[in-house]
Design a protein around this ligand. Structure first.
Ligand code: ATP
Ligand code: MG
Length: 201
């Protein structure tokens, strides 16, 4: 029975890796067109965090949001961005310490929002940083290296941000934490709009 459970677990893991790879390939071939709409980025941050609430609670992990505006409407593909946020947030929790924190900050700079995901985890040694966004790259020895990670998460994140015409950067200090920074185009709309740009509220 234990053998079968293990076998089924590794099948699940393999399926997950294949799905990630399949998605990455499609993104690279640009077979998935972006569905750009206006939506509130902060709402998506909260929604993503709530979807991870169970694992966050286990670690007594906390999220704080620090934004210049009460709503931060961006022009982006909401589903794809949701994957970016899921990846960054679950990494912050998985590689973070017990009672750790993630601070998401959003600052407007000439019609773009500058977004930072800053955690207070163990940090990443500088020699790993240049390769961090490569597919299958994982930092060795991570004491709390979480099971099942394939090293595809950040490769997908980078692709999605770049397909939006933006860039993502990482900076990290061992013992202090890690910060991921990217930007998104600010939307002129101050509320949700339809795919034709017609305001919904
Ligand atoms: P998955 O494909 O399931 O996301 P993964 O989490 O190992 O697997 P990535 O999300 O691409 O892969 O992350 C790559 C590596 O970068 C991780 O294995 C981890 O060592 C390191 N890492 C990522 N985010 C952080 C973070 N916030 N703090 C410390 N290390 C991190
Ligand atoms: Mg990950």
């Amino acid at each position: 029975k234990i053998f079968l459970e293990r076998a089924s677990k590794s099948t699940e893991r393999m399926t997950h890796i294949l799905e990630d790879l399949d998605q990455l390939t499609k993104l690279e071939l640009e077979r998935i067109p972006l569905d750009i709409r206006s939506f509130d980025f902060l709402e998506l941050v909260k929604e993503t965090y709530e979807s991870l609430e169970l694992i966050a609670k286990e670690k007594n992990f906390r999220l704080t949001i620090d934004a210049s505006d009460p709503y931060c409407y961006v022009n982006a593909d909401r589903n794809k961005l949701s994957q970016v946020l899921l990846s960054l947030t679950s990494n912050a929790i998985a590689y973070g310490k017990v009672s750790g924190k993630l601070c998401v900050s959003v600052v407007e700079i000439d019609n773009t929002y500058n977004i930072q995901f800053k955690d207070d985890g163990a940090g990443i040694e500088p020699q790993h940083l240049p390769r961090l966004f490569e597919r299958f790259y994982r930092v060795e020895k991570s004491r709390n290296r979480h099971e099942g990670g394939s090293g595809l998460g950040l490769a997908i994140v980078k692709h999605i941000i770049e397909s939006h015409g933006q860039q993502i950067q990482v900076s990290s200090t061992v013992g202090i934490g890690t910060t991921f920074t990217f930007s998104l185009q600010k939307s002129k709309a101050t509320g949700p709009v339809s795919s034709r740009g017609i305001p919904l509220k």
